[in-house]
Design a protein around this ligand. Sequence first.
Ligand SMILES: [Zn+2]
Ligand SMILES: [Zn+2]
Length: 161
Amino acid sequence: MLIDIGALKGETGGTKAFEGVEEVKPPSDEIDIGEVRVEGVCTNTGDAILVSGTVRAEVKLPCSRCLAPYSIALEREFVEQFVEGEEAGDDFRAFSGDSIEIHDIIEEAVLLALPMKAVCSPDCRGLCPICGVDLNYESCDCEQKDLDPRLAVLAKLKGVD
Ligand SMILES: [Zn+2]
Ligand SMILES: [Zn+2]
């Protein structure tokens, strides 16, 4: 998304609102990132153009326990400073001319908002580690040995397992 800030450049303290829709490439094929809705405001702080806003998206991804795809609503705020004609620094990015490209900051905001361990529900029972059935819908006769991992090592040594 390209924001025209031409009129804003000469006006310290001035602001310009923006909104739109952006596409973001998902980090893996199993994740489907729908339309990313973006809204925010650019502010001329005198030293920089401050770009702040919110990204919102409906994301479909597999549950890390039962592997079933489910949807979550993501929302994350972003704030970034852009300085004209300088090399990008630690706390600001560079721009030149009368527009600012914010695709990268939108993409980063969405990727940071993706959950590391996505679970379809806090109560998700996951898959049986032995036969693989989805324990949310089925039960199985596998012996669920809920052993302490240290005891499991002992059991193995004794040949009990
Ligand atoms: Zn699940
Ligand atoms: Zn089972």
